[in-house]
Ligand binder design. Structure first.
Ligand code: ATP
Length: 511
């Protein structure tokens, strides 16, 4: 199956099984806006909870926050978003489609990277066990040439973005012969900057100077509450503030389903530390966040770090965690060392001191900040892409979502074998006992095989079948989603089994 086929399948599966619907579906949808259905909301809540608890429960020095979407407009002036939150856009004159110029170049680089991987695969086959891939990367002329090309493009992109000379980016697109994916043509406009913030009015009747922005990131809500939390929580450096919430960006190029949305959710943690210690904490959080991802049972080969080629002027280190989506490696999370830029700017713009007094040294200073920032929706797409599998079973295809049990929308389905002889009543009793601790589902329609398949398709890790013997021996058959193996267990053991296998606490312990 080609990767684009796989991606199309994942998108239609997400709709068919109540994970993600286009927003305003009956009105023809709204571009780049999506709704989460009955299973999607459970999966999304579990992912959010996994993130939030891993931050606030596993770290004594990280606390939560829930700041508003609307904030004082000067905040966005101070943060630099009013003047600088832009994307470089380019239009194709034939298809009339607009693209992010840097993304067009990155996609082109990814194609070259794939060529490198193919060369290496071929060589590995040719040389067998003695093959040394890293040596091949640094000695094979063709591979080196591809890599040099990628590096050259990075360099030009960085220079163009840093200097604001967007012509060099246009020239690069032309020189590389990058074509519009829709029209296939190279008929491009100039590259221009577009601001991504949505604005509205505070008071309906006033015009002019009461413009409000819908926040394009949750982080500024943390910065402007830094002192409130530090003082009321009597927090000592280093400490962190974590928050999850909606953010809005007028993404001109909405592509790839929930990968790039206009309304999405972020999960951000700002870690305040002493100046001079920030790079230590940056490295700590870089490793820590990768461990968190791997705890979800996703192979490490599907992740990679990507250092930023263009550092924002206030950052002294920045890296993305990228995941191998069906359309290639893309950013899912950013880790940034932001120095004292944001707090410093808010001090300047608000006129309020945002200093930390260090009782050990009797000094006050603006703390430095290391940020971890991940999109909940991108994470959702990541786990869905990783979990989606089609398997041949007895001449049939089963579609199964191999989600980590702790994030699966439904933990266990209770299935009476037939709709009579007291089986539904016993199933109901089991359901009643389990529902306080687990999201359980009960169903008596259709053959047991069909019911199993439906549960596989939404990633339910366990199905429990209640049969005639259950009435006498108080045992049920529990079926494991991934292996499809079945075993007979006592009804009274179910709670412990589910707790061990599906609880959030086991997942948190595994980080
Ligand atoms: P990109 O380069 O892909 O636009 P970004 O570098 O602008 O992302 P950040 O501002 O660092 O993203 O935001 C942190 C995280 O928020 C990203 O890693 C991503 O997971 C998520 N995110 C950003 N923009 C969107 C969006 N439009 N839709 C969904 N998630 C998003």
């Amino acid at each position: 199956m080609s990767d684009s086929n796989l991606f199309d399948k994942i998108v239609s599966h997400a709709k068919e099984y109540g994970f993600v619907f286009p927003s305003s579906d009956i009105y023809g949808g709204l571009a780049a806006v999506y709704d989460y259905g009955q299973n999607g909301v459970e999966l999304r809540n579990n992912l959010r909870q996994f993130w939030y608890l891993s931050m606030t429960r596993l770290n004594q020095n990280i606390v939560g926050l829930d700041s508003s979407i609307f904030m004082h407009p000067r905040i966005w002036k101070a943060s630099g978003h009013v003047d600088g939150f832009n994307d470089p856009m380019i239009d194709n004159k034939d298809s009339k489609k607009r693209y992010r110029a840097d993304v067009l170049i990155e996609d082109h680089q990814e194609k070259i990277r794939q060529k490198i991987e193919k060369e290496i695969e071929k060589a590995a086959k040719r040389f067998g066990d003695t093959f040394d891939a890293s040596m091949y990367r640094t000695t094979n002329p063709r591979v080196m040439e591809y890599q040099a090309k990628i590096d050259r493009m990075d360099q030009i992109l960085k220079e163009g973005l840093e200097s604001g000379n967007l012509n060099v980016i246009k020239d690069l697109i032309e020189k590389e012969g990058i074509v519009c994916p829709i029209s296939g043509s190279k008929n491009w406009t100039e590259v221009r900057q577009f601001n991504l913030m949505y604005s509205t009015q505070m008071n309906a009747l006033d015009g002019g100077d009461d413009a409000l922005y819908l926040r394009p990131e949750t982080a500024q809500g943390i910065f402007v509450n830094y002192l409130n939390v530090q003082k009321t929580g009597r927090m000592k450096l280093p400490f962190g503030i974590a928050q999850t919430g909606k953010a809005f960006r007028n993404e001109i190029v909405a592509r790839q389903f929930i990968m790039r949305m206009k309304e999405f959710e972020q999960m951000e943690m700002q870690f305040f530390c002493k100046p001079g210690t920030e790079l230590e904490w940056y490295n700590y959080w870089k490793e820590q966040r990768m461990r968190w991802h791997k705890a979800l049972g996703i192979p490490k080969t599907k992740y990679r770090f990507h250092d930023h080629i263009k550092l924002a002027h206030y950052a002294n280190a920045a890296v993305d965690i990228e995941f191998d989506f069906p359309f290639g490696f893309k950013e899912v999370e950013g880790i940034h060392s932001r120095t004292d830029f944001d707090l410093g700017r808010h001090e300047e713009f608000s006129g309020k001191k945002l200093r930390y007094f260090d009782p050990e040294t009797n000094e006050s200073f603006i703390p430095y900040v290391v940020e971890t920032s991940i999109g909940l929706d991108r994470l959702f797409l990541l786990v869905l892409s990783n979990a989606f599998q089609e398997e041949s079973v007895d001449g049939d295809t089963r579609t199964v979502l191999k989600l980590h049990p702790a994030i699966a929308p439904v933990k266990c389905a209770i299935l009476p074998l037939v709709k009579k002889d007291g089986l539904p009543e016993l199933a109901e009793k089991i359901y009643e006992d389990l529902r306080f601790d687990f999201n359980v589902f009960i169903e008596d329609k259709d053959s047991i095989g069909k019911r199993y398949r439906r549960m596989d398709a939404i990633g339910t890790p366990f199905c429990v079948t209640v049969d005639h013997d259950s009435l006498n021996d108080h045992m049920v058959t529990i079926r494991h989603r991934d292996t499809m193996q079945q075993e007979r267990v006592s009804i009274s053991a179910l709670h412990d089994i589910l707790n061990k296998e599906t609880s959030m606490s086991s997942l948190l312990k595994s980080i």
